[in-house]
Design a binder for this molecule. Structure first.
Ligand code: SAM
Ligand code: SF4
Length: 331
């Protein structure tokens, strides 16, 4: 820890930055965004050089882990340029650069990402059934995602599968997804749907508390709590029968804000200090006001000082906690 570390007023140290490099996406997952999604004007989006400068400012202030996300990060043209630039910090100021992807273009990018220094990625996979995939994602591309996962493993990337638990669409398939992932050596992480941004449906219709999923899994598997952490909010168990790790991200049934170590930056340079609130700062203005990082540092300091104590997601409220979608803030 340095004297310039980013510490908020609840004594939480910010060491993890998630960067949404684009809000655009080639899929339209029904729980994430509407089919007719309005994307941000391209002119508002930071260049990759600006994103590098922004992330570098956080790394100098003690951020040790950077996750690139979106929208679909592999849909951002020349993303590899950013990964290669940021890799200069690896092994010294930065422990890890990682990525969350829907996997559709991973076949092409897996090896270059590994070559640029990436070692772990998260791939979202809510189902192994092509028709269910086409219904959830509204695009019929499960084959591309599975080929991408294979390519990632072949390139030497450690893969974690992110599965959003959906009452109607995949609840019955969750054990099979876990078995499939563990048989291939992947970690699997289950996520509760969060009320972020308007979609066509009511999220309550698909909301499935993970406490319920866990109870069901425990009716036929032995789950042993383990203390492993990957720097995020997941709580892990070992599934004794498969030998694999299973994570639970439970923003609704268990609030994990007291140990929150992360902040998010959007592709337009907006800093959000909490996924479920609007607090933050416009870092693009600070970035563009001067080539010197003084203003940028001051804007970051002020926002971190005001980082909220926590979110208050309530799925029954039937309205999004915040108007922006997960694809804007970066999941
Ligand atoms: N497009 C990439 C992907 O799908 O992995 C990265 C961005 S996506 C917003 C990141 C993660 O957020 C995905 O695992 C996705 O399933 C999840 N997600 C999206 N909207 C969500 C919501 N409302 N509640 C919970 N998880 C959500
Ligand atoms: Fe795209 Fe990811 Fe949202 Fe699906 S969850 S629509 S892949 S950003």
């Amino acid at each position: 820890m340095t004297s310039r570390s980013l510490i908020d007023s609840f004594q939480r140290r910010v060491s993890y930055l998630r960067v949404s490099v684009t809000d655009r996406c080639d899929l339209r997952c029904a729980y994430c965004m509407p089919e007719r999604m309005t994307f941000l004007p391209k002119a508002d989006v930071l260049s990759l050089e600006e994103l590098d400068r922004l992330v570098s400012a956080f790394v100098r202030r003690g951020v040790r882990k950077v996750r690139l996300t979106g929208g679909e990060p592999l849909g951002r043209r020349d993303l590899l340029f950013l990964v290669e630039r940021l890799s200069r910090f690896l092994g010294a100021d930065l422990d890890e650069i990682t990525l969350t992807t829907n996997g559709t273009q991973l076949k092409r990018f897996a090896q270059p990402l590994f070559d640029a220094g990436m070692r772990r990625i998260n791939v979202s996979l809510d189902t192994l059934d092509a028709a269910t995939f086409a219904r959830i994602a509204r695009r019929d591309v499960l084959g591309d995602v599975l080929a991408g996962i294979d390519a990632a493993q072949g390139a030497g990337l450690h893969v974690k599968l992110n599965v959003v638990a959906l009452k109607d669409d995949n609840a019955r398939e969750i054990p099979e997804l876990i078995r499939w992932g563990h048989a291939r050596g992947h970690d699997v992480c289950l996520i509760e749907t969060m009320p972020l941004g308007e979609i066509e449906a009511q999220r309550t219709d698909q909301y499935l508390p993970l406490s319920q999923v866990r109870a069901e899994l425990e009716s036929f598997w032995r789950l042993t709590d383990i203390s492993d952490t990957t720097g995020g909010p997941a709580r892990y168990v070992r599934v004794e029968e498969t030998g694999g790790r299973l994570g639970f991200i439970t923003p609704l049934t268990h609030n994990f804000c007291e140990s929150c170590n992360r902040v998010r930056v959007t592709c337009t340079g907006r800093l959000y200090t909490c996924l479920g609130r609007d607090d933050g700062a416009d870092l693009r203005a600070a970035l563009r006001a001067s080539p010197d990082d003084g203003l940028l540092d001051a804007a970051i300091d002020e926002a971190i000082r005001l980082k909220p104590k926590g979110h208050d997601f309530v799925i029954e409220r039937k309205q999004p906690a915040v108007a922006r979608h997960m694809s804007t803030t970066g999941g």
